[in-house]
Design a protein around this ligand. Structure first.
Ligand SMILES: *Cc1c(COP(=O)(O)O)cnc(C)c1O
Length: 377
């Protein structure tokens, strides 16, 4: 069976994990936590704090935006539950906006209609490492005095107009879950894109205390200053991740070339109008996080996924739209009409994509997809 995903293993992970054991320093804020944050910071030019997940990074962002009971958050319905959860647990109401059919990202032109006097945040999810229309979204946010938070969970080393995703708004949130390009099992990071937010973010991550400043010798005892939680990841995860970050360019290059390979091998099906590819605007540079095709409808998708499974290939689909899920009905409403969200999400199939997927496996996958559509010419 060709799996859908295999978490990356690059070689030095074991050595670094042993180092954590030898150091007798396992908790957050250690050598590898700092090394990962420094690497990400160097790569993007932003301030970065490592977190136990992207979900936790989003929770930190919600606290930093002072989300309170009754505030509204605008987001796409086509996203992972975490984007919604982080705001819902602070008492926010969700306002779902339809997506664009080409990138599966929030339709920026529908955002203004969803704004009310209670709106506080626009949560922009960059699906598959392809950036939302951030210039327009930031312009709308500035006009209405709103925060923008990027769910950049899938976006390490992905760019919009030459700028790294996650750095284009007030706060960016990234994931290093096992299913992402770089992994620490469970883990994430928050990008703090304005210097004045850094100190409060550090305090929130450290249970509301100024422990970080204490360790740097900036205060002589540490005190409980603000609300917070334990948003520090274990050193073990960071050690595993750091080995991959050191090889990030190599991993990204391999994934991008896999995505290109799929596109090339399946182009005849696309030319015949049997499938559609992810649209990549010319100013977006994704990172090979995923490769999907869109088929005619839900029925065809179900048939394709089971055909691939019978042939030893594990292909999957993505999000069932949140607005139609039980919690989505409870905590939110859809603004305007659902023209694209349900229709487009039910047509989408993700093909196996991971560092180490071989060319022959990819050939076989594409051959099977072609066979499903009646054979190659
Ligand atoms: C993976 C993912 C998350 C959640 O990341 P965790 O690190 O598992 O919390 C959130 N949003 C999107 C868009 C994701 O793809």
């Amino acid at each position: 069976m060709i799996p859908f995903n295999v978490p990356p293993f690059i070689g030095k992970e074991r050595e670094y994990i042993n180092k954590v054991i030898d150091n007798r320093k396992l908790c957050g804020g250690g050598e590898f936590d700092k090394a990962c944050a420094a690497w990400l910071s160097e790569e993007t030019g932003s301030s970065v704090l490592m977190t136990p997940s992207c979900t936790h990074a989003l929770e930190m962002a919600a606290i930093l935006c002072d989300i309170k009971e009754g505030d509204e958050v605008i987001l796409p319905s086509y996203t992972f539950a975490s984007t919604a959860d982080a705001f819902v647990i602070r008492g926010a109401r969700l306002v779902f906006v339809d997506i664009r059919p080409d990138t599966m990202n929030i339709n920026e032109e529908l955002i203004e209609d969803a704004i009310t006097s209670a709106t506080k945040v626009i949560a922009a999810v960059h699906y598959g490492g392809v950036g939302c229309e951030m210039d327009r979204i930031n312009e709308i946010a500035a006009k209405h005095g709103l925060y923008v938070v990027e769910d950049a969970a899938q976006c390490t080393q992905a760019y919009y107009k030459d700028k790294p995703l996650g750095t284009l708004s007030r706060f960016g949130c990234m994931s290093f879950h096992e299913t992402k390009n770089f992994s620490m099992g469970e883990g994430g990071a928050i990008f703090i894109n304005r210097p004045e937010d850094v100190e409060r973010a550090e305090i929130i991550r450290e249970k509301g205390t100024d422990r970080s400043r204490f360790f740097r010798g900036q205060v002589d005892k540490y005190t409980w200053r603000d609300m917070g939680s334990s948003y520090l990841p274990s050193e073990f995860g960071c050690a595993y991740l750091y080995a991959q970050l050191e090889n990030a360019d190599k991993i990204t290059k391999a994934r991008v070339s896999l995505a290109d390979g799929y596109r090339e091998r399946l182009s005849s099906l696309e030319e015949k109008g049997l499938i559609e590819f992810q649209h990549i605007p010319q100013y977006c540079k994704p990172n090979g996080h995923l490769f999907y095709i869109k088929v005619h409808d839900l029925e065809e998708r179900t048939a394709l996924i089971s055909f691939l499974r019978e042939n030893g290939i594990n292909a999957v689909f993505h999000y069932v739209p949140l607005h139609s899920a039980p919690a989505g009905l409870r905590y939110g409403r859809f603004s305007g009409e659902d023209v694209c969200t349900t229709r487009e999400s039910s047509r989408l199939v993700r093909l196996p994509m991971y560092y180490g997927l071989s060319e022959s496996e990819q050939d076989y996958i594409c051959e099977c997809v072609e066979r499903f559509f009646g054979g190659a010419e």
